[in-house]
Design a protein around this ligand. Structure first.
Ligand SMILES: Cc1ncc(COP(=O)(O)O)c(C=O)c1O
Length: 362
């Protein structure tokens, strides 16, 4: 792929690395540039890196009315050798195409998605954050641009990548478990729907549930399937629990659950970590009983942003609650978190292909 560079004037660009003490909330800061590519006349073309800024969009664009839009979330890490490495970007590129299929959006070859991200990071490498535990959050996304009010797949799209230097997800350390609300009022996704994609609309549809959870002092909802029998997801994370014997259980990837790359990675690491990781349908009633009688001792959410969000307590709408284990971060959770973040930051040997170095080209 040939990329055209229309870069900011040098005097307006970052000229030295971010300072370790610059405040960096998660996902807020942007870098100098962004990547854009257009889909027109049946093909992806016109790949370019341009200054970060607003983009014109037709008021009748399909994405604004019918939400034909998808995205990914990926991280890059700087290692002690000073180089920047993307983490499992190939898996995100594959999932972008799976989401594209579900939303009738034309696929983009994985290698083109990877090249777009690496070229952009290379240009903006001085934006890499240097605080302990910080990372570069990468947001690739595709949206429909055809100016048409008919409900049908758009004939034109944009693929874009923006970057967000982000501070550590746990600035105070990996110590405080979250609360989840168990409710039958909200569902994230239905069988045959878009739950296994990263469709923008899935997240719009989750906002009300998130606000509802906050009324109970919980940070998110534990989503059940539409029959209210099985556990599906922990807000915008996969759910997991750990039994008294130390076995990790992740709900099956049915078509209303997003196939989390963090979950898949932990499943792949099971032997190395010497833990048993299985996937199965998990009945909420049995889960609650097992938490109460301490047959389940740890639980939480899995996802790129936090890696692991331990859950210390599940609350119900009548304000009663159950505590997981002793309510603190459990040992197996800690072991997984430390090993996983060790791989990402280059402190622990990564399985082959998990980290890809961002080559210097400009
Ligand atoms: C609904 C949902 N489930 C799970 C995940 C975790 O997926 P991953 O580990 O690939 O970030 C995410 C975040 O991407 C998500 O939005």
């Amino acid at each position: 792929m040939e990329i055209k560079y229309e870069l900011k004037d040098k005097s307006q660009r970052r000229t030295e690395p971010l300072k370790p003490n610059e405040p960096l909330p998660f996902g807020v800061l942007r870098t100098d540039h962004m990547f854009i590519m257009d889909y027109e006349d049946g093909q992806w073309k016109n790949a370019r890196i341009v200054p970060y800024g607003d983009i014109p969009i037709a008021p009748g664009a399909t994405t604004l009315h019918y939400g034909q839009a998808i995205f990914e979330g990926v991280k890059a890490f700087q290692h002690d050798d000073g180089e920047i490495y993307t983490f499992r970007l190939d898996k995100n590129a594959q999932r972008m195409n799976r989401s594209a299929d579900i939303l009738c959006i034309p696929n983009i070859p994985e290698e083109i998605q990877i090249e777009a991200v690496h070229a952009l990071i290379d240009i903006d490498r001085l934006w890499f954050p240097h605080q302990e535990g910080a990372s570069l959050y990468i947001r690739p996304f595709i949206f429909a641009t055809q100016d048409s009010l008919g409900v049908h797949p758009s004939s034109s799209y944009k693929f874009m990548v923006i970057l967000s230097p982000s501070g550590p997800y746990y600035p105070a350390g990996f110590t405080k478990p979250i609360k989840l609300l168990i409710t039958e009022k909200f569902h994230r996704a239905a069988p045959g729907g878009t739950g296994s994609s990263k469709a923008a609309g899935n997240y719009a549809a989750s906002l009300k549930a998130g606000e509802f959870a906050k009324e109970f002092g919980a940070s998110q909802v534990l989503y059940l399937d539409t029959t209210n029998i099985y556990i599906e997801e922990a807000g915008a994370m996969n759910h997991f629990h750990i039994t008294r014997e130390g076995d990790v259980v992740i709900p099956e990837f049915v078509d209303s659950v997003l196939r989390s790359i963090t979950s898949e990675s932990i499943i792949e690491l099971a032997d190395t970590l010497n833990i048993n990781v299985t996937q199965k349908r998990v009945k909420i009633k049995e889960f609650i009983e097992a938490v109460k009688n301490k047959n389940i001792t740890e639980a939480g959410g899995l996802g790129t942003a936090a890696v692991i969000s331990p859950v210390g307590e599940y609350v119900f709408e009548d304000a009663t609650s159950i505590t997981v284990g002793n309510g603190e971060v459990g040992e197996v959770t800690k072991k997984i978190y430390e090993y996983y973040t060790g791989i990402q930051t280059g402190k622990v040997e990564a399985p082959k292909g998990w980290l890809q170095k961002v080559e210097r080209r400009k």
